[in-house]
Design a binder for this molecule. Structure first.
Ligand SMILES: [Fe+2]
Length: 362
């Protein structure tokens, strides 16, 4: 979870050009039991759809994934991500077995900013953030120095209205990155301050209206302060405990992260979302109450101590808006995205929706 904005749920799922522009992609290495297509060049992800009945049994499908791992990994780099559609993945256990074929991101969701719990194994809830909020495009855990290289999303129950996992090409984003902003940000560091509520604050909460209200025990999956401190040491964060039981984390990242495989330089920070809540009148009361209680107010700052200006915020939001894609999801869809090359988010929704997440290494 990176940024949220209140928006009315769409009347119907967006039917973009995405589905009407299907470009077949030949991947002979995957064999004849699947077909591949994209929505065009620079339009992630690569859809890989089951053809025929051969891969309609879970064990056979998992064997197929195991046998084609190297090709699938390469396709995730080439296209920013893959979308596995029509395969027999129906439950959290099925998804967990699929995820077990990929290297897991060992730190998991420790110190994450979205309220979510473990479902089973390495499968997490997507988020418990209120359904009326849109989660804007972001790189998972862009507010941390250490981050998951890949993220997988499984649509167990697709919302009847809205709720699509939205995505966007960060390659396209970077090609459109304005020169004036690049000159200002090149080589710069980001100082990040984050806050968690005392342990137990979100124990039984169905949803949370501000990320700073998440209890630190929910964020760190432990009630032990010693364990929190050990995690912080490993992840490069400085923990500061307060008398009321709340916790502040401080750390430093780069504005641009170099992709370890392709060498591409990708914007990976939440500098532009600093004032996201503050600017939204719907959050005025919540933000005022949250900030008033913080000794070190949450925020992202450049190493000069500056925050983003309005012009800079607008420029980055426009870049994200312009690369945003949505298409109707189906039950059983599994997307595996390169977390640097492909941003993700969520449209607001109504009705039942169950989407699960897994964080992966490469
Ligand atoms: Fe996310």
């Amino acid at each position: 979870m990176a940024t949220i904005a209140e928006q009315p749920a769409p009347a119907a799922m967006r039917d973009t050009d995405y589905l009407t522009t299907r470009m077949a992609v030949e991947v002979p290495e995957l064999g004849g039991d699947v077909r591949c297509w994209t929505g065009g060049s620079d339009v992630p992800p690569l859809f890989i759809e089951r053809q025929g009945e051969a891969l309609n049994a879970l064990d056979v499908f998992l064997d197929w994934v195991r046998d084609h791992r190297a090709t699938l990994d390469a396709l995730m780099i080439e296209h920013g991500g893959v979308m596995l559609r029509g395969f027999p993945v129906g439950s959290a256990d099925d998804f967990n077995r699929l995820m077990a074929l990929f290297p897991r991101y060992e730190p998991g969701y420790v110190a994450g900013m979205s309220p979510r719990k473990t479902v089973t194994g390495q499968v997490l809830e997507s988020t418990r953030l209120d359904e009326k909020f849109k989660i804007n495009l972001h790189s998972e855990m862009a507010y941390m120095k250490r981050y998951p290289p890949r993220i997988a999303l499984f649509s167990k129950t697709t919302a009847p209205v809205g709720g699509e996992t939205i995505i966007g090409s960060m390659r396209l984003f970077m090609r459109r990155f304005p020169d004036w902003l690049m000159q200002r940000l090149e080589g710069r560091k980001v100082h990040i301050v984050r806050n968690y509520a005392p342990a137990g604050s979100t124990k039984n909460a169905a949803s949370v209206d501000h990320p700073d209200k998440i209890g630190w025990d929910d964020a760190f999956f432990t009630e032990s302060r010693e364990e929190v401190e050990a995690h912080c040491a490993k992840l490069g964060m400085e923990p500061i405990w307060h008398a009321d039981g709340s916790l502040t984390l401080r750390e430093e990242t780069d504005v641009f992260t170099v992709h370890p495989i392709t060498g591409e330089r990708i914007y990976r920070t939440n500098l532009h979302t600093n004032t996201n809540f503050d600017r939204n009148p719907a959050f005025a009361g919540i933000v005022a109450a949250v900030r008033a209680a913080q000794k070190y107010p949450s925020g992202h700052y450049l190493d000069t101590g500056e925050k983003f200006t309005e012009e800079e915020i607008e420029a980055v939001f426009k870049l994200y808006d312009d690369v945003e894609l949505a298409w109707p999801w189906q039950d059983g869809d599994v997307a595996i995205l390169d977390n640097l090359l492909c941003a993700h988010g969520r449209n607001p929704f109504s009705g039942p929706r169950e989407v699960m997440v897994s964080l992966l290494d490469r």
